[in-house]
Design a binder for this molecule. Structure first.
Ligand SMILES: [Zn+2]
Length: 351
């Protein structure tokens, strides 16, 4: 067993020297022509799985904010309706008032005209009646005063009407705006609620991803290049599993378990390992026939960055390791499955 651990540590060390200094992906790798669609789907499902709880928490917080906003919008719409009702009522009343003042002015103008005619008639009367003429002229003066007063009142009524029209128009627009805002607030809530109702669970997404893992391996292998890998805390893995691997290392550390290990290795290194690990031959003997199980070159998931030989605190995992217990309980949440014959070997298929 000791030999085995030492050999695996060698493997881990070799892989780590290859590790690039590329920054750890914070999200699934951007679309690349060389990465098969199924692998992108896999990465996206794992991303959704590992962010499902955070996504749900964010949606719930958004919903709470939107509900507060809706209450505010609804109350603003109620207020705007009251202001508009009052502005329209005032406009009706001011319009009626303006019409009455206009009628009164017309009647004052008719009275003035009648008074002027009376002066003319009286002036033609013979014998001349000076007292009657003077009376008729005083009547003209009085009718002129009344006409002028009512003309002033009409100007005032017209000004009030202009103001009332403007206020009514402003209130109508404000009501329309407030109603639209309330409708928008309600539809934003409905949209968030739909997203909450249809959101997948972490376990559901992980199960969907796991169902694709063999196809991911099959389609990734023929198009894989080293450029498809990235380093996560010194472990080089395929970009499509980098997010999940990083989350696994972070979450394990939060539980007091340190995880590291050797991920990607080249085919040339795999050939070397077949020799170092005492396989009967490089190309045909089964992995189990080697002193340390070592896959035939071209078949190892390490060669495409989809497997990691896990170490904890610099030691290769055994079934007795605390890290092995942690991984047995949690690794599937991150898409990693153990190869039963090798406690340290974890990959997306368990192969
Ligand atoms: Zn391995």
């Amino acid at each position: 067993m000791k030999k085995r651990q030492r050999a695996t540590r060698l493997v881990a060390a070799a892989a780590m020297t290859i590790a690039s200094v590329a920054p750890v992906a914070a999200a699934p790798a951007p679309a690349q022509a060389a990465v098969p669609g199924v692998a992108k789907t896999y990465a996206s499902l794992m991303y959704r799985s590992l962010t499902a709880d955070a996504t749900m928490a964010k949606l719930r917080s958004t919903l709470a904010t939107q509900k507060t906003d809706q209450r505010k919008r609804d109350s603003e719409a109620v207020k705007a309706k009251k202001v508009n009702d009052s502005a329209q009522a005032r406009l009706a009343s001011v319009t009626a008032g303006h019409k009455a003042v206009h009628e009164k002015l017309k009647s004052a103008e008719r009275a003035l005209s009648d008074a002027k005619n009376a002066v003319a008639r009286q002036s033609k009367q013979r014998p001349r009646n000076n007292a009657a003429i003077a009376r008729a002229k005083r009547a003209v003066t009085a009718a002129t005063t009344t006409r002028d007063t009512r003309r002033t009142r009409l100007h005032q009524a017209a000004a009030a009407l202009r103001t009332a029209k403007k206020d009514a128009s402003t209130a109508r627009s404000a009501l329309s705006g407030a109603t639209s805002a309330a409708t928008r607030a309600a539809s934003a809530i409905a949209q968030t609620q739909r997203r909450i109702d249809t959101a997948g669970t972490a376990a559901g997404y992980a199960t969907q991803a796991a169902a694709l893992s063999r196809t991911v391996v099959d389609e990734t292998r023929p198009v894989f290049t080293v450029a498809d890998t990235t380093s996560v805390y010194g472990t080089t893995v395929h970009k499509n599993v980098a997010f999940a691997f990083k989350r696994m290392v972070d979450d394990a550390r939060a539980d007091g378990v340190l995880l590291s290990g050797g991920g990607f290795r080249t085919k040339e290194r795999q050939i070397e390992l077949r020799k170092i690990n005492g396989c009967p031959d490089v190309w045909t003997a089964p992995a189990s026939s080697c002193r340390v199980p070592t896959a035939i070159p071209g078949r190892s998931l390490h060669e495409i960055g989809l497997a990691v030989d896990v170490t904890s605190g610099g030691k290769t995992l055994t079934r007795k390791s605390k890290a092995f217990t942690w991984m047995s309980a949690h690794a599937a949440e991150y898409g990693f499955v153990n190869l039963p014959s090798e406690a340290w070997h974890w990959s997306i298929t368990g192969g």
